[in-house]
Unconditional design. Structure first.
Length: 488
């Protein structure tokens, strides 16, 4: 039996307090009538966003796509994709302004088109990103939007948070791959929701793990679902099988070089920030133009955002402080910043395990559990290497899962504090991207909003999941029998 999240609120039990009357029902009726108009009103803005992205495609080269193409060409040619100096000696086809910091599995996905010119690949991947975005929404609608009202609500969030957001425009301009992650995580959510356990259905999930190894946490989070061991084992088997296919490209050595390259790149960024802190005029704030294959990779869309990770926020904070206070340089300690980051990562891992174990003993909404599965890697990556707010496109999935969950909404509306938490969730999830889209050239404001999206929103969503798990009733087998007869 299908459930309409908005309709279920009308049938929810009403708390007998003087402040509760028929007004919430009238408000919901008004919202239900308003949703179609809001959904249709987003269409012109979506078309405008597409036209704007087309102009960006012609104006900017896609600087973050270049290392993926170069890495794919290197794998196909039997070269080391992580040796940037060595690759540069093989001609312009193997030169990149940025280092290759992607898994061999992701690079292998770019091999089929790697022989084409870079401009041609740029156009093809741009079109594929839009197809992936539509495919992600179709997957969500098929599995989670069981009525017109929930479909309208899902589309509104999807349009504002992705299609019309500056983060997606930034994603398309740079040539990133996070929209592929969104598509794969949407499929993962559908697979868990609909209990798809066939071997073929495990292929996209295995690809997700190989492309983004931090998403292996979803298999650990699966312990919150009773009876998921079969699915986990099949995903692991398929992942190992797909991993063995990537060994064709110089074996395990390439996989061992991947984390080392990520570490080297992050260390270089931290050293650069320390230099800028101690000597603000040591390095230019704008990239030096780099012409490769007749394309100027120094042309980039202004990010209007800052690094959204713990390492980035702390180190950039010292950079800005060093421009006004010379004493900030002596306080900039790479060792202690790294240690604090590692401690927070351990805390996130321990907290996720504790929540998964607690959820296993309670009757938790499936939407909440799936949102937790997707959120855990996102919160963990807050303490990972550098990333900008083009990664925000992935956060639409847990946001939608919680918004479309009637049980979470009912729990939230039972108390004033819960209502405030729900309003804060909506504000951080929807208002922030909207403001960024309306005011993309207000540097300070959009930088602040990027922190809200990349840092505050995942933590807020995680807080909603934690609260929903703790408010859920215990399973029958875990309820103590207080009035049970004595065994004597």
């Amino acid at each position: 039996m299908t459930i309409d999240p908005l309709a279920s609120l009308q049938s929810a039990p009403v708390i007998n307090t003087p402040s509760v009357d028929s007004s919430p029902s009238r408000a919901l009726q008004f919202v239900r009538r308003l949703l179609p108009w809001i959904a249709f009103a987003t269409i012109p803005f979506c078309l405008l966003s597409f036209v704007t992205s087309l102009a960006d495609l012609r104006a900017y080269p896609g600087v973050d796509l270049r290392p993926k193409v170069v890495g794919a060409r290197a794998l196909a040619a039997g070269l080391d994709p992580y040796d940037m100096d060595g690759l540069a000696t093989h001609g312009d086809s193997f030169k990149s302004p940025n280092a290759v910091t992607f898994t061999p599995a992701l690079l292998a996905l770019y091999i089929p088109l790697s022989n084409l010119t870079f401009r041609t690949q740029r156009t093809i991947y741009f079109c594929m990103d839009w197809v992936f975005a539509l495919g992600a929404f179709y997957q969500l609608k098929r599995s989670y939007c069981w009525s017109r009202q929930s479909a309208y609500l899902g589309w509104i969030v999807f349009a504002v948070f992705i299609v019309c957001s500056y983060s997606f425009r930034f994603h398309l301009e740079r040539g990133q791959y996070y929209i592929l992650l969104l598509l794969l995580t949407c499929y993962l959510a559908s697979a868990v929701k609909n209990h798809w356990t066939s071997w073929i259905s495990c292929l996209p999930v295995a690809l997700l793990l190989l492309v983004r190894p931090t998403y292996a946490l979803i298999l650990v989070a699966a312990i919150a679902f009773p009876g998921m061991s079969k699915w986990v084992m099949r995903v692991l088997v398929v992942t190992v099988a797909m991993f063995s296919l990537t060994l064709h490209y110089d074996g395990v050595a390439r996989w061992l070089e991947f984390p080392a390259q990520v570490h080297r790149s992050q260390a270089a960024i931290m050293e650069r920030n320390k230099t800028l802190c101690c000597d603000p005029h040591a390095l230019p704030d704008t990239p030096v133009p780099t012409v490769i294959e007749g394309i100027d990779f120094g042309k980039m869309l202004p990010p209007h955002a800052i690094n959204g990770t713990f390492l980035g926020l702390v180190s950039l904070g010292f950079v800005h402080a060093g421009r006004h206070f010379s004493a900030a340089c002596s306080l900039f300690s790479l060792k202690w910043i790294t240690r604090a980051n590692s401690a927070l990562m351990v805390l996130v891992l321990a907290g996720g395990l504790a929540l998964a174990w607690t959820a296993r003993r309670r009757k938790v909404s499936p939407n909440t559990l799936i949102a937790f599965m997707v959120l855990w890697p996102l919160v963990f990556e807050v303490f990972g290497p550098e990333r900008f707010f083009y990664t925000a496109v992935v956060e639409v999935l847990p946001l939608l899962l919680l918004i479309l969950d009637p049980e979470v909404i009912q729990l939230a509306l039972k108390s004033k504090a819960g209502t405030y938490r729900w309003l804060a969730l909506i504000a951080l999830g929807i208002v922030s991207p909207a403001v960024m889209q309306l005011a993309p050239f207000m540097r300070f404001l959009t930088s602040f909003m990027s922190v809200l999206i990349l840092l505050v929103l995942p933590i807020t969503l995680a807080a909603v999941c934690i609260r929903a798990v703790l408010d859920s009733p215990l399973r029958a087998t875990d309820i103590p029998l207080r009035n049970a007869p004595s065994s004597r």
